[in-house]
Design a protein around this ligand. Structure first.
Ligand SMILES: Cc1cc2nc3c(=O)[nH]c(=O)nc-3n(C[C@H](O)[C@H](O)[C@H](O)COP(=O)(O)O)c2cc1C
Ligand SMILES: CC(C)(COP(=O)(O)O)[C@@H](O)C(=O)NCCC(=O)NCCS
Ligand SMILES: [Mg+2]
Length: 410
C-alpha cells in the first residue's frame, strides 16, 4: 500500500471583505467576526455608502485591524498605493452586499473608489454576494451585468434567496446568509477558485435512517448528516451538479443542491437506486440503520404492550447494491465509522463490498465523527493508495476527499 503525502496546511488565509452600501451590510459584521474566529486574516474596505449603514469602527474591531475607506485611498502617507497593497495582500476578495451600483462598475471595469480600484489591481478570486430590492435585482440591466460579470472565471457568484426584504416586499434579492458566505469563503480558500467538478453529477447520501416500531419510536443512530452536507457544499462549490439524499436533518440544504429527504433505509435505497444511473460519483456517507423491528404498529403501542425483546430483521445493504449495479466509469465512495482499529474493518469493507474508495473515520476521538463539525480520516482505494487526513473541519475533509478522487482520476 503506497502512502500519499499528507496535504499541507492551507496557505491561503487572507480575505479582504468589501462592504457595499445596502442594508444587508449589517450581516457582514457576522461574516467578518466568524472568519476571524476561524483563523482567517481579515481586512475590510467600506464604500462611502456602506458607512451610512455600518461604521468602520465596528469592522475594525471585529477584524482586529484598521478598516479602510475612500479617505484612506487618498491619503498621501502610504509608501505604496493602498489599492495595490491590498490587492497584492488578498488571497480572496468578498464583496457583500454587492450593490447594483458596484456590480455595474465591475462589469465595465470602472474604478472610482478604493473597492473598485483594489479589485482591478488584483488577480485573486472574487466572491460576490448581491443584495437588492426585487425590482432592482430583476432589472434587465442588472441581470445583464450579473451574467456578463460571471463569464469571467475570476468571479464566483452567490445565489440570492427569496423572502422578506427590508422594504417589506417578499421576493428575490435577499443576500445569502452569513454562514453560507463563510462556508463558500472556506471552500474558495481551499481550492483557490478551481472548478474541477464542473460537468460531474455527484450523488451523496447523508445522515442516519430511522426504522419505526410505531409512529413515535424508532431504531436510529447518532448521525447528524453534517459530513454529507459538507460533501454537498464542497462539490457544489467546485462546480458539480449535486443530489443529496438525506435522513432527518437539523440543517438547511444549500441553495443549488437538489435535496431529497428520506426516513427509512428502504426509502433511501429506492432513491439511491433511482438516481444511480445518472451519477458520475456516488458518496455513501449516510449511516444506514443495519436492522429494523420485524413488526410495525400503525397505532402507538401502549407502554405495557411494548415487547421485552424486540424481534429484528436486516435492512437492505445499500452500498453493496450500488457497488453491484454501478458501471465501470462510475466511482463509488463508502464510509466506515469505527472505534478502535479503523483501518482493518475499512479495508475489509472496501474489498468485500467492491468500493472504489473508502473513508475510514474514528468515532472515539475527541471532536470528531457523529455530530461534530470536525473530523479525521484515512482514505483508502482499491489500488492501494492511502491518505491520512488530520483533524480538520468536515468541509475541509470533504475537499480533501474530492482532491484525492480527482488526483486518482488524473
Ligand atoms: C436605505 C437604503 C437602502 C439601500 N439598499 C440597497 C440595496 O440593498 N442594494 C443596492 O444595490 N442598493 C441599495 N441602496 C442604494 C445604494 O446605497 C446606492 O446605489 C449607492 O450608490 C451604492 O454605492 P456603493 O455601490 O459604492 O456601495 C440603498 C440605499 C438606501 C438609502
Ligand atoms: C435586509 C436583509 C438583510 C434583512 O434580512 P433579515 O430579515 O434576515 O434581517 C434582507 O432582507 C436582504 O438581504 N434584503 C435585500 C436587500 C434589501 O432588502 N434592500 C432594501 C430594499 S429597498
Ligand atoms: Mg453500516
Amino acid at each position: 500500500m503506497s502512502n500519499l503525502q499528507s496535504p499541507s496546511e492551507i496557505r491561503n488565509n487572507r480575505v479582504l471583505v468589501c462592504v457595499g452600501g445596502g442594508i444587508a451590510a449589517y450581516k457582514v459584521c457576522e461574516v467578518v467576526s466568524t472568519l476571524f474566529k476561524s483563523g482567517v486574516e481579515v481586512r475590510v474596505i467600506l464604500t462611502r455608502s456602506a458607512q451610512e449603514f455600518i461604521t468602520p469602527l465596528t469592522l475594525a474591531t471585529l477584524s482586529r485591524h484598521p478598516a479602510y475607506t475612500d479617505d484612506d485611498f487618498w491619503q498621501p502617507t502610504h509608501p505604496r498605493p493602498l489599492h495595490i497593497e491590498l490587492g497584492e495582500w488578498a488571497d480572496l476578495i468578498v464583496i457583500a452586499p454587492l450593490t447594483a451600483n458596484t456590480l455595474a462598475k465591475l462589469t465595465y471595469g470602472m474604478a472610482d473608489n478604493l473597492l473598485t480600484n483594489t479589485v482591478l489591481a488584483s488577480t485573486c478570486p472574487v466572491l460576490l454576494a448581491p443584495a437588492m430590492n426585487t425590482d432592482m435585482w430583476e432589472q434587465l440591466t442588472v441581470q445583464r451585468n450579473w451574467q456578463q460579470l460571471l463569464t469571467d472565471s475570476r468571479y464566483h457568484g452567490m445565489s440570492t434567496a427569496s423572502g422578506l426584504l427590508a422594504c417589506d416586499r417578499i421576493g428575490a434579492g435577499r443576500m445569502a446568509e452569513p454562514a453560507e458566505i463563510v462556508t463558500r469563503v472556506h471552500s474558495l480558500l481551499h481550492t483557490g477558485g478551481k472548478r474541477d467538478l464542473v460537468g460531474k453529477r455527484i450523488l451523496i447520501s447523508a445522515g442516519g435512517t430511522r426504522e419505526y416500531l410505531d409512529p413515535v419510536r424508532f431504531i436510529g443512530n447518532s448521525s447528524t448528516g453534517k459530513m454529507g452536507l459538507a460533501l454537498a457544499q464542497a462539490a457544489l462549490h467546485r462546480g458539480a451538479n449535486v443530489t443529496l439524499v438525506h435522513g432527518v436533518a437539523s440543517w438547511d440544504v444549500p441553495l443549488g443542491v437538489q435535496a431529497i429527504p428520506v426516513i427509512s433505509a428502504e426509502e433511501m435505497q429506492q432513491v439511491m437506486l433511482e438516481y444511480l444511473p445518472n451519477a458520475d460519483v456516488i458518496v455513501m456517507s449516510a449511516a444506514v440503520a443495519d436492522v429494523k423491528p420485524k413488526e410495525y404498529s400503525s397505532e402507538k403501542l401502549p407502554k405495557r404492550s411494548l415487547p421485552q425483546a424486540l424481534p429484528l430483521e436486516s435492512v437492505p445493504d445499500i452500498v453493496a447494491q450500488l457497488a453491484q449495479l454501478k458501471q465501470p466509469h462510475q466511482l463509488l465512495i463508502g464510509f466506515a465509522a469505527q472505534s478502535g482499529d479503523i483501518i482493518t474493518p475499512a479495508k475489509e469493507k472496501l474489498q468485500t463490498k467492491k468500493l472504489d474508495v473508502i473513508v475510514a473515520n474514528p468515532i472515539d476521538q475527541p471532536d470528531s465523527g457523529f455530530g461534530s463539525n470536525n473530523n479525521q480520516a484515512i482514505f483508502l482505494d482499491g489500488q492501494g493508495h492511502k491518505l491520512e487526513i488530520a483533524h480538520c473541519s468536515k468541509l475541509e475533509m470533504a475537499h480533501h476527499l474530492f482532491d484525492f478522487v480527482m488526483s486518482r482520476d488524473a
